[in-house]
Design a protein around this ligand. Structure first.
Ligand code: AMP
Ligand code: GLY
Length: 429
């Protein structure tokens, strides 16, 4: 089978790596890919949003299955276009990916389907939003309705901060048109976790729970990023909590979308706040998480291409997921200045040449191959994943490799995975 993967980040490197181990995959293409992906797939100079270009390539090269990594092509309707042309593609339609594309839709959908989430109000009128800010309790979270690369949610502690944030989103348009509508909701307390699930619109198969680290600095300090590291599985997510997440969140979401003629096929990502009173949804995404994928896929024992095909064909009920009994920890190495402005084109040294897939991976994100070697090409540059039977050694393994990779201005959090060890003590007895 020939596969085309759309995307260019660490998540897509992990997807390509996992597909490269499939018994039924003979060749992998990736558009546009990066320097790491180029070692296992043929990279193509086609942009992710060039849907017509991607479709004509898929037709010409007889691609058997296209797999979409990021949300943008999905919310722009890449799946609808491919299906219209009779091309096989893995991912939700435009109608279904609205669960990520519009937070206002997602919140109203949750309210109607009794899916637990923070109480909220939606405003498309600035005056009304400002009035509400003067007549409520804090802290709150203010969010832009549309896509904002994971940076569209701002926590506010008082009316001044709230009004300033409303104006920055609705008047200054810091997130563009994504901010013409805002959601104001209660700030939730607890631990933030990720549960992703495979679904064909009927059957829901959850993956192992993972935990991202969104803030740029140790101890969750500094601004939010796309994600600075992750680990999997999360020890304090017990079997009974997973049952609640399935029964209260994932199943009703898939059923509710189907009932609204927005059948969701692909990866449903639930960002959840959990505490003693159970899970509440912070956000839904319509695709694999980044960097969660870099810790979840290395633990999946199934043939990923077979799972994708079962979903496209609507046969997911025939699959059963099995997982390696181990921990995975991913440390993101970023360019100085990220998540603000940063330089590109810095030479990366010390990339490991020997591969031990059972022990570690170096997933590339913003990298590019030049004549003199591999250089940085983005804010998040590499995701170093360590694997081990115990969490402590998985953390040590990831940092051991990260410490040996050098590029000017490189930085990474030094506390990835520590939340699990802290919590483990509390939940152990
Ligand atoms: P979102 O854009 O909805 O994914 O939110 C981005 C980040 O803001 C989340 O990953 C959380 O860390 C934080 N956040 C969003 N909504 C809430 C909330 N209601 N309570 C607490 N934290 C939140
Ligand atoms: N890690 C967060 C996301 O993929 O949206």
């Amino acid at each position: 089978m020939n596969i085309l993967v759309v995307g260019a980040g660490g998540r897509e490197h992990a997807i390509c790596w996992k597909l490269s181990r499939s018994k039924i995959v003979s060749k992998i293409y990736c558009a546009p890919g990066n320097a790491g992906i180029a070692e296992i797939a043929q990279c193509l100079p086609i942009e992710m949003l060039d849907i017509a270009g991607l479709a004509s390539f898929a037709k010409r090269e007889r691609i058997d299955l296209t797999v979409v990594g990021p949300e943008d092509p999905l919310t722009h309707g890449i799946v609808d276009e491919f299906e219209t042309q009779g091309l096989r593609i893995f991912g939700p339609t435009r109608e279904a990916s609205i669960i990520e594309g519009s937070k206002a839709f997602a919140k109203e959908f949750m309210r109607e389907n009794h899916i637990p989430t923070a109480p909220f109000k939606i405003f498309d009128d600035r005056e009304e939003a400002l009035r509400f800010c003067g007549d409520t309790r804090y802290p709150l979270v203010i969010k832009a309705d549309g896509l904002a690369a994971g940076k569209g949610a701002i926590i506010v502690n008082n009316v001044e901060e709230a009004r300033e944030t409303v104006d920055r989103m609705m008047v200054d348009k810091i997130f563009g048109e994504a901010g013409s509508k805002v959601i104001i909701e209660d700030k939730l307390i607890g631990e933030e976790i990720t549960v992703m699930a495979f679904t064909d619109g009927k059957t829901v198969l959850p993956m192992l729970p993972s935990q991202d680290h969104k803030a740029v600095r140790d101890g969750d300090q500094g601004p939010n990023t796309g994600g600075m590291g992750a680990y999997c599985p999360v020890p304090f997510v017990t079997d009974s909590l997973m049952v609640d997440i399935m029964d209260l969140v994932l199943e009703p979401t898939v059923r509710g979308l189907k009932a609204r003629n927005r059948t969701f096929k692909g990866i449903l990502y639930a960002g959840l706040m959990v505490n003693d009173r159970g899970p509440k949804v912070i956000e839904f995404n319509c695709r694999f998480g980044d960097p969660e994928t870099q810790v979840v896929l290395p633990l999946l024992e199934n043939d990923l291409a077979e799972v994708f095909i079962s979903i496209v064909d609507g046969n997911l009920s025939l699959e059963e997921l099995t997982w390696r009994d181990a921990y995975a920890v991913c440390v993101i190495m970023a360019s100085k200045g990220y998540p603000g402005t940063y330089e590109k084109g810095t030479l990366i040294k010390g990339l490991p040449t020997d591969r031990r897939d059972d022990k570690c991976h170096v997933f590339h994100a913003g990298t590019k191959k030049l004549d003199n070697g591999i250089v940085t090409n983005g804010g998040r540059v590499l995701g170093v994943t360590g694997l081990n039977a115990n969490l402590h050694d998985a953390i040590a393994g990831a940092y051991d490799i990260a410490d040996r990779i050098k590029f000017e201005g490189a930085f990474y959090r030094t506390d990835i995975g520590q939340k699990a060890t802290r919590r483990w003590g509390r939940y152990a007895h």
